[in-house]
Design a protein around this ligand. Sequence first.
Ligand SMILES: [Zn+2]
Length: 66
Amino acid sequence: MATPQADIEDPDDTCSDPFEDGCTASLNDGEGWDGACGNCADRKDNEAETQQAQRDADSGQEDDQR
Ligand SMILES: [Zn+2]
């Protein structure tokens, strides 16, 4: 089995594909962070904000119970 792409890009320069969508976008545009491209990083950020909002709502409910 020969290696099909000997010139494959340095993994550090491509999206870490946090959502396992097969994303191999380049990080060279500087839009991404945490090893993810801009699109995936934005998606992670949106999910983080959603989870934070849910946490805020939960803590708000706890405050109401007191
Ligand atoms: Zn990506």
